[in-house]
Design a protein around this ligand. Structure first.
Ligand code: FES
Ligand SMILES: [Fe+2]
Length: 359
């Protein structure tokens, strides 16, 4: 395990971006402790159904807002009132802007009685939180995950928790450039094309080859457009045995420790008929195949030592560019354009498509 500073990523220990912090089922009317970005946080759901994330410790005397089962605030069901959360210790209540809006035994409310709050969006069965080391509002929109969630003919994903890994997010994002791992790890066959495109805050990987884990028939070519929108999650449009859409999230818990999830949606028909139980079972089986393919990467990450300086050879793919691209999220926002200017563009590692020069 190594830290962001040890990788030389920039000024901040934790990156800017949208991050998965749990599934929709994790946000309930019972506030729950969570820990990300080296911070103790609390997640809860207000009466309106909206999910919130706030700092865990009360500004009054430092009680943990969620780790309590015996206070009468908790026992009497006053822990969440409307959209506000009430501290189990002395009952101070905090609204959605984090400001204290009620003290049971005082009309005077100090201005400093304020909790830090974080932007949260629930989308595609997942709770996403905006983390910004500069404390600014989001400057990028959260992805819409191909627009496939809830679309007729698509079976929605379930979330596969993949583990808490002693690997920094950069080691996970390295995978985008990692041409050399596709044959040993994923059983790539019959390579056609492998390239990366750096586009501002986005990073794409274009893959065209067979894949022993994901295609039923090893001769079937798998065509993948895989990309990151920011540092925290990968999306992939996959045309193979079925059209499908993958999401892989990595969220820092501590500096150098990442929580990882996988999910996959499958298009089972064109939307002109009802989705059957068989369709759902087939989609789940396909998701399981994809999970197993990703678990092959995870097994490496869960056991490797940190790689501060890859011993890279030219045919490895553009690791150095990926790592430079990733640095934009660990530095102040106004430095991002300068980093993007240095990496933007297409890098082709292999091109054996008919009519192309052999790489
Ligand atoms: S510590 Fe939270 S109300 Fe006193
Ligand atoms: Fe991989």
């Amino acid at each position: 395990m190594a830290t962001s500073k040890e990788y030389g990523l920039g000024e901040f220990d934790f990156p800017r971006g949208w991050f998965m912090i749990g599934t929709s089922a994790d946000a309930t009317r019972t506030p729950a402790p969570i820990r990300y970005f080296g911070k103790d946080l609390v997640i809860y759901r207000g009466e309106s159904g909206k999910a919130y994330v706030v700092d865990a410790y009360c500004p009054h005397m430092g009680a943990h807002l969620a780790k309590n089962s015996t206070s009468y605030i908790v026992r009497d069901g006053e822990h969440v009132e409307g959209e506000s959360i009430r501290c189990p210790f002395h009952g101070w209540r905090f609204g959605t802007d984090g400001a204290c809006n009620h003290i049971p035994y005082s009309d005077f409310i100090p201005k400093a009685a304020k909790l830090a709050t974080y932007p949260v969006i629930e989308r595609a069965g997942i709770v996403w939180m905006w983390h910004d080391p500069e404390g600014l509002e989001p400057d990028v929109e959260l992805a819409n995950f191909g627009g496939h969630y809830g679309e007729p003919g698509w079976v929605e994903w379930k979330i596969d928790y993949m583990g808490d890994l002693g690997s920094h997010g950069i080691e996970i994002v390295d995978n985008m450039a990692d041409f050399g791992h596709f044959v040993p790890i994923h059983g790539a066959t019959d390579w056609q094309y492998f390239a990366n495109e750096f586009m501002g805050g986005h990073l794409h990987q274009y893959y065209s080859a067979g894949h022993r884990t994901l295609t039923a028939n090893p001769e079937d070519a798998l065509v993948l457009d895989t990309w990151y929108e920011g540092p925290g999650f990968l999306q992939s449009e996959m045309a193979g045995t079925f059209d499908s859409f993958i999401m892989i999230a990595n969220t820092p818990i501590e500096d150098g420790v990442s929580r990882c999830w996988h999910a996959l949606m499958v298009k089972v028909h064109d939307g002109s008929r009802e989705t059957t139980r068989e369709d759902r079972e087939m989609a789940l089986a396909y998701q399981e195949g994809s999970r197993l393919a990703f678990a092959q990467d995870v097994e490496i990450w869960a056991n490797k030592r940190a790689c501060i300086n890859p011993l890279a050879i030219p045919k490895d793919g553009p690791y150095a560019k990926v790592r430079l691209w990733y640095r934009q999220f660990y530095n102040p926002r106004d430095k991002a354009p300068e980093i993007q200017d240095r990496v933007n563009g297409l890098h082709v590692t292999l091109d054996k498509r008919p009519g192309q020069k052999v790489a």
